[in-house]
Design a binder for this molecule. Structure first.
Ligand code: MYA
Length: 415
């Protein structure tokens, strides 16, 4: 695929921009044309109403047996609490999951991260779906869903968030992905849920919005050495290192790590903040405890507690997603932090995110990544983020929005 993906590197060349425009609605989509998703032919037709494309079916009409796989393969439900299964999933993804367009880097989600991502409140084990080779029992493909409440304008919709779709490199282009998508859909329907949200680096029918990744160098020398970024025109290594230098500690008085006792205050702050976006998660305290309480090497969250009133006024968070560096003599891993949910009510967002960069640097991350979602535009250029070379498209399944959204109207970050 041309516009292959969300693992992006520094790039803003004209060539890249032109390439992005070529991979749009011209392609046929034998599978996606059969699914209840916005179709390219309907783009711009504002007469179609917003909401579900198909009504829910009675549960008795949901297919009771799994879809057929090609005969050498069988379905397996992956128990991520099992160390053995979790290791198999980890290795499948480590070797076969998302790469950048030039195959220099590949996402390397940690086991701890996978367990966290797949065990939110109310999760269904049956939505963690693997495919094994019948003869060797080797895990060769994977797809997952987790439940979420997502608000679209003023309607809160129960959805599945679909992620970690992966087919072993040796089994590509055999139309396994459509069977896996149909099977996860069936298992989601069995729980009486009829909508889903997902992101992909590829263009499918039809994105609700298209976002761009931005990258902020924290360790510019390593990023240049491994080919993640290039030395700028008329720049030396020492000038570059000086350009990206950060203070040793955060500047905002009362800036500290989030704790369990902060969950109610953070939930109020976040709910209030997310209410301004067209599409955003509807988080309650249980969700906030799961998704935002700091979890070593998985998610980091900080807040600002007013030194005088002890009020919680601001919040920022990022998750840990390293990438393997493919074929470098010196380095094997790129340590990346990904901006997650940030809320500013008193501290300017720019200052809050500068403090987030400072703590990410202290924690030895090489790069801090952020999408142009929510209000992120207001700090990206100012804090020396540069645009990445790939895009991330957001999709809803069985839910139409009247128009595409601007990235700044989106309040949702998927992992
Ligand atoms: S996004 C991350 C996806 N993973 C990777 O990029 C890892 C590396 N790549 C691979 O493992 C394979 O290339 C994959 C495709 C598995 C991606 N999302 O089997 P095929 C369509 C949706 O011959 P393969 C993430 O995890 C493609 O357009 N569809 O292809 C979110 C074509 O259909 P059509 C995709 O390369 C996943 C068909 O598959 C994607 O061997 C959300 C070709 O199948 C993609 N990323 O395998 C899934 N890539 O002919 C949808 C290709 O129509 C969830 N395709 O163009 C939908 C909601 C379900 C729940 C609903 C509940 C109500």
């Amino acid at each position: 695929d041309l516009d292959a993906n969300p693992l992006t590197k520094d790039d803003s060349s004209l060539e890249t921009i032109v390439r992005k425009f070529q991979d749009t609605s011209l392609k046929r989509h034998k599978f996606w044309e059969t699914q209840p998703v916005g179709q390219f032919k309907d783009v711009g037709d504002t007469s179609v109403p917003e909401g579900p494309i198909e009504p829910p079916a009675p549960l008795s009409e949901v297919k009771q047996e799994p879809y057929n796989l090609p005969s050498p393969y069988e379905w397996t439900t992956c128990d991520m609490d099992s160390e053995e299964t979790c290791t198999e999933v980890y290795n499948l993804l480590k070797n076969n999951y998302v790469e950048d367009d030039e195959s220099m880097f590949r996402f390397n989600y940690s086991k701890e991260f996978l367990r966290w991502a797949l065990h939110p409140p109310g999760y269904y084990k049956s939505w963690h779906i693997g495919v094994r080779a019948k003869s060797s029992k080797k895990l060769v493909a994977f797809i997952t869903g987790v439940p979420a409440r997502i608000r679209v304008r003023d309607v809160v919709v129960r959805m599945a968030e679909i992620n970690f779709l992966c087919v072993h490199k040796k089994l590509r282009s055999k139309r396994l992905a459509p069977v896996m998508i149909k099977e996860v859909t069936r298992r989601v329907h069995l729980e009486n849920i009829w909508q889903a949200a997902y992101t992909a680096g590829v263009v499918l029918p039809t994105p609700i919005t298209t976002c761009q990744y931005w990258h902020r160098s924290l360790n510019p020398k390593k990023l240049i050495d491994v080919g993640f970024s290039r030395l700028g025109a008329r720049m030396t290594m020492s000038r570059t290192m000086k350009l990206y230098k950060l203070p040793d500690s955060p500047a905002t008085p009362g800036f500290r790590k989030m704790e369990l006792r902060d969950v109610p205050a953070v939930t109020r702050l976040l709910r209030d903040y997310l209410s301004q976006f067209v599409v955003a998660p509807d988080f309650d305290e249980n969700d906030v405890e799961h998704w935002l309480l700091p979890h070593e090497n998985v998610v980091d969250s900080y807040l600002v507690e007013s030194p005088k009133t002890h009020e919680i006024t601001d919040f920022c968070s990022f998750y840990t997603l390293p990438s393997s560096i493919l074929g470098n003599q010196t380095y094997s891993t790129l340590k990346a932090a990904y901006s997650y949910y940030n809320v500013s009510s008193k501290t300017p967002l720019l200052q809050l995110m500068n403090d987030a960069l400072i703590v990410a640097k202290q924690k030895d991350f090489d790069v801090f990544n952020a999408l142009d979602v929510m209000q992120n535009e207001c700090f990206l250029k100012e804090l020396k983020f540069g645009p990445g070379d790939g895009q991330l498209h957001y999709y809803l399944y069985n839910y139409r929005t009247r128009h595409a959204l601007k990235p700044s109207e989106l309040g949702l970050v998927l992992l």
